[in-house]
Structures are given as C-alpha cells and as structure tokens.
Design a protein around this ligand. Structure first.
Ligand code: SRM
Ligand code: SF4
Length: 554
C-alpha cells in the first residue's frame, strides 16, 4: 500500500480535530502552537503565521518569530448584517491588526491575532452569530454564491441553497465548541462524522453556485459548482460542474490549474444529494499519499470524467440530465447602484485587494462603520474582494451616497476598468507561502498597466488583471487576461489569455521576469493589440490569436 501523507496521520489521531490544541493554547512559553496542531487549527478556521517583514531581524536577535494567527470566517454567499459588520469591525480593531480583509471567497479574514487572545477572538466572532468552522482545512470551505443575489426572483433562492449546502457539508465534530466556546466535552468515541469519516477529505474542497451571465464566483475554478439555469426569472435547476482548481507548484508538471467539466443538469431539490455524492467520491478516491495531487481535479483527471459521473450516479441513485445551455459574459462586479427586482437598491464599492482599513488613501474602515450604523439592509462580500451595500430603500440612497463620498469610498466612480477589476492575494507579510508581493504591489502594478494601455491609445480598455505571490492561485490568476504569479522577491511569471468570463485558462508568456521586463512586455503586447485587434476583441482573446501565448509563442 502506498504510504499516506503525514497529514493523514495527524487527522486520524486527532480525535475529530481536537489534537492537543487546548494544551498548545495554554502553553505560556511560546507564541506558537505544537506542530500537529498547526494542521488541525486550520479546520477551526485559523492559521498560525509570523510577520515575515521582521523574520530575519528576529532571527538575528535570537527571538522566536513574531507569531500570530489569521482567522477566517465562514460566510456562505458573503452575506452579513450591519450589526455583524459592527462586531467584526470592533474585533478587527481590538484583537487583530485593525483591518478587515475581504477574501476572494466572500469571507472575512483577521490578521495578527496573538495566541493569548485567540480564544477570546473566536468567542467574539461566534457572539456575532458567525463562525469559522471549516473555513480552512481538508473539508468543504466557504460556499460561494453570485454576489448580487437580488436581481431576479431566483437569486435569493440560489443564496438559500448556498447556505443549505454550507450547513449540509459542515463537519459534525463538537471539537470546535469544546475548544473555543467552552462547550461540554463529548467522548470522541461517541462522535462520528457521517460525511467525512475520521480522516476528513484528502484535501480542501470548494463549492460555488453561480447565476449567469455574471461568473463572479469563477465557478470553473471549483471542485464542485452549480450553474443556475433560470428561465423567465425562475430557477429551473442547475448544471453541475466538477474538478476545477487553480493550485500549481513551480517546476512540477504533475500540478496545474484546471477548468471544471460540466457534468449534467439536476433539479434544485437534488442539489444536496449531488453535492454529497461528489464529496464522498472524492473522500474515497482522492489521493491521500501525495497532497499536491490530492484535489478532486486530479482524481477526475486520473480516472476520467465518465468514471466519475458513473460513480456519483451510483451513489445518488439517480442520473443527471443532459446539461442545459448557459452563457457567461463577465467575471466582474457591477459597480455603483443597481436596482433589484423588488425595487430595493444595491451599491457595489471597490475595495482594493479587499483590505478594509484606515490608511493614507482613506478612512474606509471608519466610513463603513458609519454606514453600518445607519444601514437597514445587509452587506455582501463579492468574490472580486469588493463590497455591496445591499437592500437599500430608494429614499435612503442619498444618505448612503453622502457617507460614501465623505469617507472616500467612491473609488468606483473614478478608477479605471483595470483598477476596478484587479484581484490580488494577501501574500507578504503574513502568508507563509508567498514568494513575492501581491496585495501590497497591486496599486503600483495596476497603475503601470494603465500607463501602458494609455501609452498605446487603449485608455479605459477592459482588462482582467490578477496577481498572486506564489503559484497556489489564491486570486485565481490562471483565469485572468493578464496575470503575475510570484516566483521570487520582485520576480514573476507573466501569463496572458483568460477570456474575461472565467471559462478559459491563460498560459505562460514570460518566466521569472522583473518589473522593467514586465512593463516592456506589456508595452509591446498592447502596441500590437492596439493595431491588430478585431472589433470588440478582448486582450485575452487577442493574446491567443496573435501567438503571444500558446503553440506559436516565442
Ligand atoms: Fe488560498 C493557501 C489565502 C483563496 C488556493 N491561501 C493559502 C494560505 C492559507 C497560505 C497557507 O497555507 O499558509 C493563504 C493565507 C494568506 C494570508 O496571510 O491571509 C491563503 N486563499 C487566501 C485568500 C485569503 C486570498 C485572498 O487574497 O483573498 C483566499 C481566502 C478564501 C476564503 O475565504 O476561503 C484564498 N486559495 C484561494 C483560492 C481562490 C478560490 O478558492 O476561489 C485558491 C485557488 C482555488 C483552488 O483552491 O484551487 C486558493 N490557497 C490555495 C492553495 C493551493 C491549493 C492547491 O490545490 O494546490 C494554497 C496552499 C495549500 O493549500 O497548500 C492556499
Ligand atoms: Fe499566499 Fe500564494 Fe495564496 Fe498568495 S497565492 S495568499 S502567496 S498561498
């Protein structure tokens, strides 16, 4: 039998995710937790990190790294109330680094929580009626749903399905309540995980529900996806997608991003059964020896889609119908005000790289706190790291507008398409895996890209730009028209060729290049695009046609 990865042993011996977390948290001698617990704490929604900006200095001073914890919430479809926003804002200022980070999966992250305050912070999050269970780890993660779920009558229905799916796929262990919320202890022998079993999944698992024509969730980047099929404003059912994923490792051809396959059509009431069959098939057949090959995309690649569909059909006890036609137009958010089907209004604001903070650029954290104090609707975090102030009565719009302008939150009214739609992962200084900057480099990068567009007479051209600090793909870079993927400090792989709709992977244009080389390459590519593009042709499409990537690339 092939040897299993060490993480499998940690999960198996953890008594349903308890490990020695309680002891680790109580150890006063270090700001860190025990090694095995660093794996287990992820299932509870937290990562141990250290401040990489000061790592070398701490080492020189013979101090342990400046450990702290990132905490990620579970927030199906990215919806929270103003009261929850106010509580999270307070947590960010009291226990974390004074920022709220909107993630690419419509959740919040807190950074910089120290070990001695971790439990109190978890309790504060739960007091806001949110939790962090399964936000990370080898389980189903935060379920995404199209972020403007109020345009047709089908949108709220879809959002309800996202919540149900999230609940249905939650681990059942009481460990979370015991460790963080002082819940009564349950003997682990009494406890079973009906869906997951004792070793959970071989790897993380991600699900999303999308409402065409806006593929904001990037449904094809998910292990499990549902494309809502809507006719005359009513939900008919879903097309199932399986086996998408972004993660890759530099120089390892065995790993690569993959666009999900469309497997068939299902009725709405079949959604949970289908999800369960997909998840348990991956549980039983996913690769538990090599974590880099453990995602569902590789299970499907290795065994074939036909085998996979036959296996889930067997588990479901019914067959999928043939997939129905669907059409995506964009992955981007609709900024500014949009009117919902019920006459209420939704204002989408640009939050660069999802970081809500008070900085020299503007008092955004303060501004959103003021808005949360008066807002009567809800907030929606978008998969593009932006924020929708949703369900506003028509007569409250002017008041919200005034606050938005007062606190400089009206960036959407001024920014270029590139700056509005760009995504950046967190990367340095908190991400342990970052090889280069991403979030902190985004403002300069989008300015450089805009300058090159303008220099070639293309000012205002639509372009999906994404950057990550490593090839794991947290900002879904392999679906962007132009992407930078970190290789080393100041050096990136440059990709061209996404279709702006999230349905086609891009491809490598230049490897391991620095800023001047990137700028020169963009200048040359945009120069050709300006001269040779066809009517309405996007840059990502042009890049393939012109041979900037693909078989004809130099
Ligand atoms: Fe991610 C690991 C941040 C969305 C693929 N991701 C990490 C960690 C936890 C680093 C670590 O393992 O130590 C990063 C923490 C950084 C920090 O300091 O906060 C991290 N990922 C993020 C977030 C915060 C990026 C952002 O800027 O918003 C996103 C949190 C989403 C959430 O709320 O749950 C985030 N990560 C994604 C996505 C996009 C998505 O899911 O739509 C992907 C690509 C899709 C996919 O999973 O295929 C993604 N993250 C990864 C991977 C590679 C997985 C793989 O299959 O190889 C890793 C590394 C790993 O798992 O070993 C990773
Ligand atoms: Fe970290 Fe890499 Fe994810 Fe960016 S893409 S947050 S650098 S793991």
């Amino acid at each position: 039998m092939t040897e299993q990865s060490p993480v499998e042993r940690i999960k198996r011996d953890s008594h349903n995710l308890r490990g020695t977390l309680v002891e680790s948290l109580q150890d006063p001698l270090t700001g860190s937790i025990r090694e095995d617990d660093t794996v287990l704490i992820k299932f509870h929604g937290s990562y141990q990190q250290d401040d990489r900006d000061i790592r070398d200095e701490r080492r020189r001073q013979k101090l342990e790294p400046a450990y702290s914890f990132m905490i990620r919430t579970r927030l199906p479809g990215g919806v929270c109330t103003p009261a929850q926003w106010l509580q999270l804002d307070e947590i960010a200022r009291r226990y974390a680094n004074g920022t709220l980070r909107i993630t690419t999966r419509q959740a919040f992250q807190f950074h910089g929580v120290i070990k001695t305050e971790l439990k109190t912070t978890m309790q504060a999050i739960n007091a806001s009626l949110l939790d962090t269970l399964a936000a990370c780890g080898d389980v189903n993660r935060n379920v995404m749903a199209s972020a403007n779920p109020v345009e047709t009558r089908a949108h709220p229905v879809v959002h309800e399905w996202a919540k149900q799916l999230s609940e249905h796929l939650l681990p059942k262990t009481r460990a979370y309540h015991e460790i963080w919320l002082d819940g009564a202890k349950v003997s682990s022998t009494e406890e079973v995980e009906p869906l997951y079993g004792p070793t959970y999944l071989p790897r993380k698992f991600k699900a999303a529900i999308v409402v065409p024509p806006v593929n904001d969730v990037d449904v094809f980047a998910h292990d499990l996806g549902f494309i809502a099929i809507i006719e005359n404003g009513e939900l008919q059912g879903f097309n199932l997608t399986v086996g998408g994923g972004m993660g890759a490792t530099h120089g390892d051809a065995e790993t690569h991003p993959r666009v999900a396959d469309v497997a068939g059509f299902l009725q709405p009431e079949q959604l949970l059964a289908v999800a369960e069959a997909v998840l348990t098939t991956q549980r039983d057949f996913g690769n538990r020896a090599v974590r880099k090959r453990a995602r569902l995309k590789y299970t499907i690649e290795d065994r074939g889609l036909e085998w996979f569909v036959a296996e889930i059909t067997r588990r479901m006890g019914f067959a999928l119908e043939p997939a129905r036609p669907f059409n995506f137009e964009t992955t981007g958010d609709r900024f500014g005000w949009t009117e919902g089907f019920d006459g209420r209004w939704h204002l989408t604001l640009r939050i660069e790289a999802g970081r809500v903070a008070d900085t020299a650029k503007g008092p955004w954290l303060t501004g959103l706190r003021e808005i949360a104090r008066v807002h009567r609707g809800d907030f929606r975090l978008t998969p593009n790291q932006n924020l929708t102030i949703a369900n506003v009565e028509a007569n409250a719009r002017a008041f919200i507008d005034a606050l938005v302008v007062r606190y400089g939150l009206d960036r959407h009214a001024r920014a270029t398409p590139v700056a509005l739609n760009a995504l950046a992962c967190v990367a340095l200084p908190t991400c342990a895996l970052a090889m280069a900057e991403a979030e902190r480099y985004l403002p300069r990068l989008s300015q450089l890209v805009d300058e090159r567009l303008a220099a070639n007479g293309l000012a205002g051209a639509p372009l999906v730009l994404r950057i990550t600090g490593c090839p794991n793909g947290c900002a879904r870079p392999y679906l962007a028209e132009v992407a930078l993927v970190g290789k080393a400090p100041g050096r990136y792989n440059l990709f061209y060729g996404g279709d702006g709709k999230g349905q086609r992977l891009n491809a490598l244009h230049l490897e391991n290049v620095d800023e001047p080389t990137i700028v020169a390459a963009l200048d040359a590519a945009f120069g050709r695009y300006a001269k040779e593009r066809m009517e309405g042709e996007r840059f990502g499409d042009f890049a393939w046609r012109a041979g900037l990537v693909g078989a004809q690339a130099a």
